[in-house]
Design a binder for this molecule. Structure first.
Ligand code: 5RP
Ligand code: CA
Ligand code: ZN
Length: 227
């Protein structure tokens, strides 16, 4: 079985997958799991094994149905804050960040238990959207969450537009026939991102498939299924 097939199968089973975006982009490896499988232990592993920023991702159209927008677009209308949102980092992509939220039943929002709860409940909201129950999703979202919180929501674009870990993870979920609803966190090393070679070692040790962004993109293009 090829690495992409292993990654698709792992996604379905709730086993973490490691995704390397591209040597010409961030050149980072993210630890990725479908949001429906997030537990307290998984959040613990994300911050101890991976160490980056734990983010929740959903597609932009789902976010728009909830009234969410990119934080950069919100800031753009407010001076002088808008000046900050005109800029991007060196590799040039527009950020995928929307709001940061906490579930209202969280204690402080940051604890493993709190972030697992916030993410699982976000997954429940997005599942309602993809089941066609948009009004219920909106009601649940506005009754159960607060902002600012400790879980950043990322809104994924089409692969034709952006090819970050946000988009790659959401498309991997869709290739697995699952709701596009993922949790992603960068794998870091002291002072740097974890190299692909080191990530390969983690992949072997933990049994978490390591897949290249280009493999996901090629399969989405082959199936003609960009979101
Ligand atoms: C949030 C980030 C990370 O790079 C994460 O991988 C998602 O972003 P992208 O879609 O740009 O890869 O910026 O911590
Ligand atoms: Ca990024
Ligand atoms: Zn990234």
């Amino acid at each position: 079985m090829g690495e992409l097939d292993k990654a698709i199968e792992a996604m379905r089973k709730g086993i973490p997958v490691l995704i390397h975006d591209d040597y010409g982009r961030e050149d980072e490896v993210d630890y990725v799991i479908h949001a429906s499988y997030v537990t307290v232990d998984k959040i613990y592993e994300m911050r101890t094994l991976a160490g980056g920023l734990i983010c929740y991702a959903m597609p932009l159209p789902a976010g728009e149905m909830l009234g969410l927008r990119y934080i950069a677009d919100i800031l753009a209308g407010i001076e002088p804050l808008g000046r900050l949102a005109e800029r991007t980092l060196g590799y040039g992509d527009k950020p995928a960040f929307s709001l940061w939220v906490n579930h209202l039943k969280a204690r402080t929002g940051i604890r493993d238990r709190d972030r697992a709860l916030t993410i699982r409940e976000l997954d429940r909201v997005v599942n309602l959207i993809y089941s066609g129950r948009v009004e219920e999703a909106r009601k649940l979202f506005y009754e159960s969450f607060m902002a600012p919180g400790h879980v950043p929501i990322l809104l994924g674009r089409r692969l034709g537009e952006r090819r970050g870990h946000t988009e790659l993870s959401l498309h991997l979920a869709m290739l697995a026939g699952m709701t596009p609803s993922t949790v992603i966190v960068e794998m870091l090393d002291r002072g740097e991102a974890l190299s692909v070679e080191e990530a390969r070692r983690v992949s072997r040790e933990k049994g978490y498939p390591l897949v290249e962004g280009s493999e996901i993109i090629a399969e989405v293009e082959r199936r003609g299924e960009d979101m």
